[in-house]
Design a protein around this ligand. Structure first.
Ligand code: NAD
Length: 402
């Protein structure tokens, strides 16, 4: 890609962290033009606004003959509750199961605070993760050079930051049984959640982390609490065994999850890939999120096992942020997290690594030009609405593709 700013080219390379083997960076996109089926689930609040910017990108990719996406749309979260009194309908679940990838916006908001627990907006997302067996959650935390000053940490601590948090997503304490609140009859109640992991669950998330590390800086840090939790002891044992047996070429370090949290804010650049369980991953990835400036910048991917026959894997791509009811409908939402999530879909579901690199480079170029949505605005930069940001990114992408 001649003419690319060296900083952007560097960033593009650092963002190259594909799981699939044999993915050559400079390989041209597949010209046989397979049709890829996408299910778009915009959800609630700012979900539909940021999804609109991804749709803009998809429409251009289709029109320009760069890729062939067939899109369908469904309802999830509060919008599904309003229409069908469920968090996701069976019809939309069937579409999700049939799609090559799901692009998900965000769900929830005060409007649905009082709906029954079983049909609360988040239940739709949990059902998708569970029914599609999306056990691996990938959250990159990359600090774009132009945004290093937007971090809560000093520029030198985050400049060039590029870490990947791999969170186990379908096991652990969020799903373990028993999960109860019992009335003890003496004015007291007892709540029980169960942290439970089997060997195979730790092995498969470990493999995702080690594979990713091989395409990055070749280092995995596994985090658990083996000092106080049996599940931590097993996690540590299994990670060590998988490493020894299958990935001896990758550096493996173990860290207690609490001190890992401290290290993430003290010296985050020491990490490459962090692998951890559902609960710790939830928290550690939010901490890592803040290192990069704004929730509006953070993409994620949730992946299932690769199907042996089709070589495809179920996958859902979503921004880390929620539905941001405080800014919904005002054109203030930053669409970058959503657009980057679509970029991850190009990379991990469709083997379009070179195109994903261009999406990342387009985002970096727009940020370097000084355009900012309100959440990342600083002195001397130019304010942009959701739409203006989306349009600017598309324009850069078009330039990069010319
Ligand atoms: P949130 O992520 O929606 O918002 C937190 C803060 O970040 C808000 O000030 C918001 O304005 C800002 N923000 C978030 N995304 C932004 C973007 N793209 N551009 C600019 N600013 C952005 O978290 P919350 O306020 O704790 O939750 C709001 C609702 O979202 C709740 O109902 C919650 O349950 C739900 N939620 C859903 C998901 C999901 O769908 N995966 C994730 C988190 C929260």
């Amino acid at each position: 890609m001649p003419g690319l700013d060296p900083g952007i080219r560097h960033l593009r390379r650092r963002l190259d962290c594909r799981v699939k083997p044999g993915n050559d960076e400079e390989k041209p996109e597949d010209l046989t033009m397979a049709t890829h089926k996408l299910l778009l689930l915009p959800g609630d609040g700012i979900g539909p606004e940021v999804m609109g910017e991804v749709k803009r990108l998809i429409d251009w990719l289709n029109a320009a003959g760069i890729a062939k996406f067939e899109t369908d749309t469904g309802l999830v979260g509060g919008s599904a509750y309003d229409a069908h009194k469920v968090s996701i309908s069976e019809g939309d679940m069937a579409k999700a199961l049939a799609a090559d990838a799901i692009i998900f916006g965000a769900v929830g908001g005060p409007k649905w605070d009082a709906v029954p627990y079983e049909v609360r907006p988040e239940a739709g997302l949990l059902r998708l993760r569970k029914d599609l067996a999306l056990f691996a959650n990938l959250r990159p935390a990359v600090c774009y050079p132009a945004l290093a000053d937007a971090s809560s940490l000093k520029r030198e601590a985050v400049e060039g930051l590029d870490i990947m948090i791999v969170r186990e997503l379908t096991g652990g304490v969020y799903f373990g049984e028993p999960k109860t609140i019992t009335d003890l009859g003496n004015g007291q109640k007892r709540a029980v959640d169960t942290q439970v992991y089997d060997t195979y669950e730790i092995e498969r998330i470990g493999r995702v982390a080690f594979e990713l590390a091989r395409k990055r800086k070749n280092k995995v840090t596994s985090m658990e609490k083996r000092n106080v939790m049996k599940s931590g002891v097993l996690w540590n044992e299994v990670m060590t065994a998988v490493h020894k047996r299958e990935y001896p070429d990758v550096t493996l370090e173990h860290q207690l999850a609490d001190s890992g949290g401290m290290m993430l804010v003290k010296a985050p650049k020491q990490f490459d890939v962090i692998v951890t369980d559902n609960l710790f991953g939830d928290m550690l990835s939010d901490i890592a999120a803040m290192l990069t400036g704004s929730l509006g910048m953070l993409p994620s991917a949730s992946l299932g096992e690769v199907d042996v026959k089709s070589r495809k894997r179920k996958a859902l791509y979503e921004p880390v942020h929620g539905s941001a009811p405080d800014i919904a409908g005002k054109g203030l939402a930053n669409p970058i997290a959503m657009i980057s999530s679509f970029g991850m879909a190009l990379r991990y579901s469709f083997d379009m690594g070179a195109l994903a690199d261009k999406v990342d480079a387009a985002i970096a170029a727009v940020l370097a030009s000084g355009l900012r949505t309100a959440d990342i605005k600083s002195e001397g930069t130019t304010a942009a609405s959701t739409t203006q940001m989306g349009e600017a990114i598309l324009k850069e992408l078009q330039k990069l593709h010319a």
